[in-house]
Design a protein around this ligand. Structure first.
Ligand SMILES: NC(=O)c1ccc[n+]([C@@H]2O[C@H](COP(=O)([O-])OP(=O)(O)OC[C@H]3O[C@@H](n4cnc5c(N)ncnc54)[C@H](OP(=O)(O)O)[C@@H]3O)[C@@H](O)[C@H]2O)c1
Ligand code: SF4
Ligand code: SF4
Length: 386
């Protein structure tokens, strides 16, 4: 395992971090994104322990992941000596904050859930234009100062989903130790993007990457033209390897989080985290990645990363499941097969047609997707006869 500076904190983090938002689920329906919060704890703990035994020392969870079950799972899994071997990260649920007291209340609950006295890396979760003013109004910096002073947290950071100008404003607003941004070769100029990454790292912040494979979209169900590009590359690499190499090539990145739910994925990512160094991509390799980016951009119809932040929908719509099939039908140019998946696996109670247009999901979506209108397109694609 290679280790990298975590900004100006003075400690080093493993190049690969373990994200606990996409843990293996007990239900086979996980394939169609029905996250009922029932984590397959045995398999998940095996993966987590193996990762730590290989040198992974950064574990990322959050209050809402797996319907609130991720933090308690991590708390249990880190017993038996694992807790002290890792930097544990979790996040203040910004969208639930209605007072200064709420912040202390959630942090105390998280310490209990995680069975720890101190959270090493505490993030204000998913800062965007709607949550930021409320957080300021309720004196979030006073809360962070207090929690650092009384030892409940060690380093303060934030995760971010909005435009670059707000990102810079947030970076400059407080003495943050680190930030977490969505970054991968498709999102080089999206949200904080490369400019935000450079802005934060040159100011001494550790930079944590989320969605490095765009929730798995850069690793599986590839457009045929992208697969062909990788097949013809001078060196044979999996699609996930190309995407991860793009990230670790950046010297400003501290740790790349991955939500791994199979041992084979973990083994591959750990191997790469032990060998890919900054500035190691050649110019032709970068050009190849740029070509892949163009092909994806032409085919993808909706920028959904399957994060599940929009769920649960009060009307039962399986939003990420619908969007996965909608995208895959276009990427793989196969509407007929995906129509069958839609009707059989998503099922009548969870199809796009159930949407009552309340708009709740759109407030939560970090990608700012016009969910209601894309659901209409999804329903039209799959329910219009060919
Ligand atoms: N703060 C925030 O707002 C926020 C938002 C999103 C994520 N996060 C954090 O960041 C972490 C990482 O993001 P992410 O889970 O979206 O990461 P990601 O790496 O973009 O997506 C994870 C998915 O990629 C696939 N995968 C991983 N390694 C692979 C490999 N070697 N080969 C093939 N497929 C592979 C798996 O897909 P399959 O399941 O399809 O096999 C896995 O579920 C999360 O777990 C979470 O802790 C934070
Ligand atoms: S707008 Fe539709 S999909 Fe979104 S939460 Fe409301 S009912 Fe569900
Ligand atoms: S629609 Fe938005 S919130 Fe829902 S899974 Fe996709 S990216 Fe996440």
């Amino acid at each position: 395992m290679l280790y990298r500076r975590f900004g100006n904190t003075g400690f080093e983090v493993s190049a690969l971090g373990f994200g606990c938002m996409r843990l293996p689920l007990a239900s086979a329906d996980a394939v169609f994104h029905k996250d009922d919060g029932e984590i397959d704890e045995t398999t998940s703990a095996d993966l987590l322990h193996w990762a730590i035994d290989q040198g992974v020392n950064y574990i990322d969870t959050a209050y809402p992941y797996h319907q609130g079950n991720s933090e308690p799972f991590v708390g249990r899994a880190l017993q038996g000596g694992y807790r002290k071997r890792v930097h544990l990260a979790t996040k203040l649920p910004s969208w639930l904050i209605q007072s200064r007291q709420d912040m202390d209340r959630y942090l105390d609950e998280q310490l209990t859930r995680l069975q720890t006295d101190c959270i090493d890396c505490y993030l204000v979760h998913t800062i965007n234009r709607s949550f930021w003013p409320t957080l300021i109004e309720h004196r979030v910096f006073d809360f962070l100062d207090g929690a650092r002073a009384d030892g409940r947290i060690r380093f303060a950071g934030f995760s971010f989903h909005d435009e670059l100008d707000l990102f810079k404003e947030v970076v400059d607003a407080y003495d943050w130790s680190f930030c977490q941004i969505q970054y991968n070769y498709l999102d080089e100029h999206y949200q904080a993007g490369r400019a935000g990454l450079d802005y934060a790292s040159t100011r001494g912040l550790g930079v944590v990457i989320m969605e490095p494979l765009r929730g798995g979209r850069l690793a599986a169900n590839l457009p045929a033209a992208v697969q062909q590009l990788w097949n013809q590359a001078p060196v044979r690499r999996s699609p996930a390897e190309w995407a991860l190499r793009f990230l670790w090539d950046h010297p400003g990145i501290s740790v790349v989080l991955s939500g791994m739910n199979h041992m084979a994925q973990l083994v591959e990512n750990v191997r790469l985290a032990g060998e890919v160094r900054p500035n190691s991509l050649s110019a032709p390799e970068r050009a190849l990645i740029d070509e892949a980016k163009v092909i994806y951009r032409q085919r993808m119809k909706v920028d959904c990363t399957n994060c599940g932040y929009c769920m649960p929908c009060p009307a039962g719509v399986n939003i990420p499941g619908c969007f996965t099939l909608f995208n895959n039908a276009h990427i793989l140019e196969d509407v007929a097969t995906h129509r069958i998946f839609y009707n059989v696996h998503i099922g009548p109670a969870h199809k796009a047609s159930n949407c009552v247009e309340c708009g709740k999901c759109e407030e939560a979506c970090p990608q700012h997707i016009p969910i209601r209108s894309v659901l209409k397109e999804t329903e039209k694609l799959f329910n219009d006869e060919p």
